[in-house]
Design a protein around this ligand. Structure first.
Ligand SMILES: C[S@@+](CC[C@H](N)C(=O)[O-])C[C@H]1O[C@@H](n2cnc3c(N)ncnc32)[C@H](O)[C@@H]1O
Length: 261
């Protein structure tokens, strides 16, 4: 019950509604920019990202169906020369999807295993453990930051998810997104073995719920450095938490970075 309230609030925020406060008493108003941006998206075009996902990645309808949500955020950059970063390559299914949907994008991908065979003219791979800040730092030194969007579809343990978010959020460009997939690993009753402690307070889902319920919203993570939490608190515009429980649990969160003042 409480989760669905939170989801409604963040969904409203993601749709471009500007709320002066997060709470049931707030009276949101749509910004002019959000209205004109929504008007620019022809509804008949939506569905392409899911169609292109097919069965090559579980981001599509055959798996978690995240693409249904992603397209509404990412459509705006379809033909732009954007910079994408993804943690987690496996067989390269999602890298192929980004290549096909964003024909002008540069794609940078991290995996703990060597995935150099997946490289092409627009796609570069890098070996790194997402829970090691020094290795992520080397990745940034090699390829730069300023990503339009960055996805974490790596190992999905609590420390990996939160260290990567804390370290890499500063390398999302202002107005861009950090997408954290498969947060259902925070539910040990369904997905044991991802590092959730007995009281559950260290889980990534608990961290996000504390953030969206907070007044003011505040990141608190045992895995993040104080300066990382401060940066998130100052630079996250909203968290759009998506929770779907049809064929399997599919929890994903999109963090938007504030535009520069
Ligand atoms: C779910 S698969 C990625 C699937 C891919 N994104 C797709 O949609 O087609 C997870 C990948 O994360 C990688 N991985 C696991 N632990 C990691 C870590 N600590 N750091 C970086 N990558 C990791 C695995 O080697 C695996 O290739």
């Amino acid at each position: 019950m409480q989760i669905s309230v939170v989801i409604s609030i963040v969904a409203i925020l993601a749709s471009g509604v500007v709320a002066s406060e997060v709470g049931s008493e707030s009276r949101p108003k749509k910004s002019q920019a959000a209205v004109s941006q929504a008007a620019m998206v022809p509804p008949t075009r939506l569905g392409e990202l899911t169609r292109l996902a097919g069965v090559r990645t579980d981001k599509g309808a055959f798996g978690h169906n995240y693409t249904e949500v992603y397209e509404r955020f990412l459509f705006q950059w379809k033909n732009a020369p954007i910079r994408i970063c993804e943690i987690g390559i496996e067989k390269g299914g999602s890298l192929g999807l980004w290549n096909d949907y964003f024909p002008r994008a540069s794609i940078f991908a991290i995996d703990i295993e060597d995935k150099a065979s997946m490289q092409n003219a627009r796609t570069k791979t890098f070996i790194a453990d997402q829970s090691k800040r020094d290795q992520l730092e080397t990745f940034i030194q090699t390829f730069g930051g300023n990503f339009d969007f960055l996805l974490d579809d790596g190992g999905h343990t609590m420390d990996q998810q939160q260290i990567s978010l804390g370290f890499l959020f500063k390398f999302v460009r202002p107005g861009g997104y950090y997408i954290l997939e498969d947060i259902h690993t925070s539910l040990p009753a369904f997905y044991p073995g991802y590092g959730v402690e007995p009281d559950g307070s260290n889980s990534t889902l608990a961290m996000i719920e504390r953030y969206v319920r907070g007044n003011p919203p505040k990141f608190e993570s045992k895995y993040m450095l104080p300066e990382e939490m401060r940066y998130l608190n100052e630079n996250v515009e909203f968290a759009n938490l998506n929770f779907r429980n049809d064929s399997e649990h599919s929890i994903m969160c999109i963090f938007k970075k504030k535009q520069k003042h």
